[in-house]
Write a protein that binds this ligand. Structure first.
Ligand SMILES: [Fe+2]
Ligand SMILES: [Fe+2]
Length: 462
């Protein structure tokens, strides 16, 4: 029996305490009766731990031989068991080898491969990480990600949009026999992020620190229905938050829940936010674009938490990851980052009188010494440097959206660099008291220039 005969995924890593703990998790069939992890400081392993079992609710397989019924409930729910192994008491900067074994009720078992990860080192020690976002099963994104996965990294910051439709089981991992669009076969999130041939080291080897994107909403139909958009009870992020449960231990899946967290990695404090808009129609047409749970304003629960969290942190570097742009060329930042209010002159229109990006978040970042903010959603490469804060969208991994020559964001500031002629990825290394960012070309487009692996943008974040 092979490991993936019982499991749907290989192991993946998540933790709020990367200096001393790690949660190793797998998703698998309900036939798994139990699962264990063996782990230790060498490939000989040694220690053994039983996995805690959780049932993942909300994933569905296609009702028909040619696809999903658009109504989620008309598609059969796929029973998925998640096993989580909580490795605690690890030392700083420690290499840990591990292997997961799954057992069925009949006594059969399947052993996974031995993987390894490193816990966060002490402050001042070097580390590296990669930025990712917006894979969404777009075919060339595997080519980009697998180039990124050949760099020696310690963790991944993932700025949302892992999948297209959260309740489609096949968007997350391959379910044998379940229909998938031809062009997306093999492009499921875990399929891409768990390739481990040819020196590729991704989710089995390092924690992913994610934030939710607009595609992580449980039921994406709220995006296309004016009435539903305003019915906040219809919003939840249960599927995403179950898969990444280590970051959301309270399990507050609904509109008013806590969808944000922070952690320390060596010298760096990382805040992951929920900043996501719903934009099914013209943003100035009622009801406007809705900021989903946790608007990032000074009076919101998320905004108050963020201000306290950033002020309390003594870390040398501070980094924010969120899905929606603070700075961007094109339409996505034209309505300011706030909820719409009815236009008194025209009930069919709305206005955006408050600017949480320029009026609250940016001044807070400057005051508290935030070094960088990264986000996705427009699938472009753009970066800005404003008052010492770097705003980075390194998100042209599979497909390009956005408007490279679009109008400038409300700050009026142009990007330091923008590059949309090829796919790309960004790797950041911390050492010597600075963060050094290198952006790599990942594709040669027809009639294009350069070469894969070329560094086309390099800058320090100090
Ligand atoms: Fe998005
Ligand atoms: Fe996206």
């Amino acid at each position: 029996m092979q490991f993936l005969d019982l499991a749907y995924t290989k192991p993946y890593l998540m933790t709020l305490h990367p200096d001393r703990e790690m949660d190793v998790a797998i998703l698998g069939r309900p036939d798994i009766a139990r699962a264990i992890v063996e782990y230790g400081p060498t490939p000989a392993l040694g220690a053994l731990l039983e996995g805690g079992r959780f049932e993942i609710r909300g994933l569905r397989t296609p009702a028909r031989g040619d696809g999903y019924d658009p109504v989620p409930e008309n598609n059969p729910e796929l029973p998925v068991s998640q096993f989580v192994f909580h490795l605690a008491g690890l030392g700083r900067g420690q290499r840990v080898y591990y292997r997961v074994t799954v057992f069925d009720a009949r006594g059969g078992c399947a052993q996974g491969d031995v993987y390894d990860f490193r816990t966060a080192p002490a402050a001042g020690e070097p580390f590296s990480f990669g930025l990712m976002s917006d894979l969404q099963l777009f075919k060339p994104c595997d080519h980009t990600i697998h180039q990124l996965g050949r760099h020696p990294l310690d963790f991944i910051l993932y700025a949302g949009d892992m999948i297209n439709v959260a309740w489609h089981a096949g968007d997350w991992f391959t379910v044998p026999g379940a229909w998938q669009p031809e062009k997306m076969v093999g492009m499921s999130f875990f399929d891409i992020m768990q390739r481990d041939d040819g020196g590729i080291r991704l989710m089995q080897y390092m924690p992913v620190f994610p934030c939710p994107g607009n595609h992580e909403t449980d039921d994406n139909r709220v995006e296309g229905n004016r009435q539903w958009t305003l019915e906040f009870d219809r919003y939840s992020w249960r599927i995403y938050m179950q898969i990444w449960r280590a970051y959301y231990p309270d399990g507050q899946y609904g509109w008013s829940g806590k969808h944000w967290y922070s952690l320390d990695y060596a010298d760096m404090h990382i805040c992951s936010l929920m900043v996501v808009r719903c934009n099914p129609w013209s943003p100035f047409e009622a009801p406007g674009t809705i900021l989903r749970g946790g608007a990032p304003g000074p009076d919101s629960a998320q905004g108050q938490w963020l201000a306290e969290d950033l002020r309390a942190s003594k870390s040398r570097f501070k980094w924010i990851v969120m899905h929606w742009h603070m700075m961007n060329r094109g339409d996505d930042t034209q309505p300011l980052l706030c909820q719409p209010v009815p236009d008194p002159a025209d009930p069919s229109r709305v206005t955006y009188p408050v600017d949480n990006a320029g009026g609250f978040l940016h001044p807070l970042f400057v005051q508290t010494g935030v070094n960088a903010v990264n986000y996705g959603h427009s699938h472009v490469y753009e970066r800005y440097l404003i008052d010492g804060v770097h705003y980075i969208e390194a998100a042209y991994m599979g497909v390009k959206y956005g408007k490279p020559d679009g109008k400038v964001n409300p700050s009026g500031i142009y990007p330091v660099n923008q590059q949309h002629d090829f796919r790309s990825y960004l790797v950041i290394s911390c050492g010597g008291g600075r963060l050094r960012a290198r952006a790599y070309q990942a594709s040669m487009e027809p009639g294009g220039y350069g070469f894969e692996g070329r560094v086309f943008d390099e800058f320090d974040i100090v």
